[in-house]
Every structure is written in C-alpha cells, then in structure tokens.
Write a protein that binds this ligand. Sequence first.
Ligand SMILES: [Zn+2]
Ligand SMILES: [Zn+2]
Length: 152
Amino acid sequence: MERLRWDEYFMAQSHLLALRSTCQRLSVGATIVKDNRIIAGGYNGSVAGEVHCIDEGCLIEDGHCIRTIHAEMNALLQCAKQGVSTTNSTIYVTHFPCLNCTKSIIQAGVAKIYYAEDYHNHEYALKLLDQSGIEYKKIPFNRQRVAQYLLN
Ligand SMILES: [Zn+2]
Ligand SMILES: [Zn+2]
C-alpha cells in the first residue's frame, strides 16, 4: 500500500478526537495544522471543571446545548492559551463548522478549512468564507481505507 496521505492522517486525527466528545448531540473533532505539524486539537466538550453532558444530559436552551464548547473553538483556544499562532494554518474538522466557529476561524487567520461532512452549512457562514478568501473544501473521510492500514 502507498503511504497514508497527510490529509487522510489529519482527518483521521479529527475523527479520533471526535470519539472524545462529551456532548454527543454531535461528536465533532478538529485538528489545527501548520507546515504538516499538528499544533492543536479539540472536541465538543464542557468548560474545564464543569460536568459532562454524557453524564448529566445536555443543557438545552433554544434547541442548542449551551454547555458545550465546539471542537473548533476548543482547538483555537488551545492555541490562544499556549501562545501559538494560527495565522495561515489549516483546520481539519469532522463537520462543516457552525456560524460562530466559522467567524472565529476566519478571525484567527486560518487559511484553509477541510471538512469531512456537510452539516447545516450556514448561508452566512458560506458568504463570510467566500468574502475572506479562505479555502474550504469537503474531504470525505474514508474510514474503510484508514482501517485497512490499521488492521494490516
Ligand atoms: Zn450537550
Ligand atoms: Zn461551532
């Protein structure tokens, strides 16, 4: 078999992170990459020290779980916390980012968004992305193919 491609590797990493989600309304994982190095990763979860949705149930307001920090935001905040620049980075996400995450991704100077699955792709988010010149592309995640590597 040929070597696993970088994009497959980073997308696989995001899918592994999604398995750590504590809010299972949607299990999401995000990996931020710069020069083929992972600089941060995140998954859907509570603020540090808060209870987990998987233990206590979600905290729903207006149809959204207000306890959860989204995977993309957690990855960006990890960079902020550690003082790592996200300028010109690439984010690999399991799902198309929500509007708030899209705004934060743009504002953090991320250059590319690769997502595996469409998810309520917000019209205004798409408009902002087109306006900002960020490259965004759907890269479906081929679980079967990656599993082959792991099982061989
Ligand atoms: Zn929740
Ligand atoms: Zn989001």
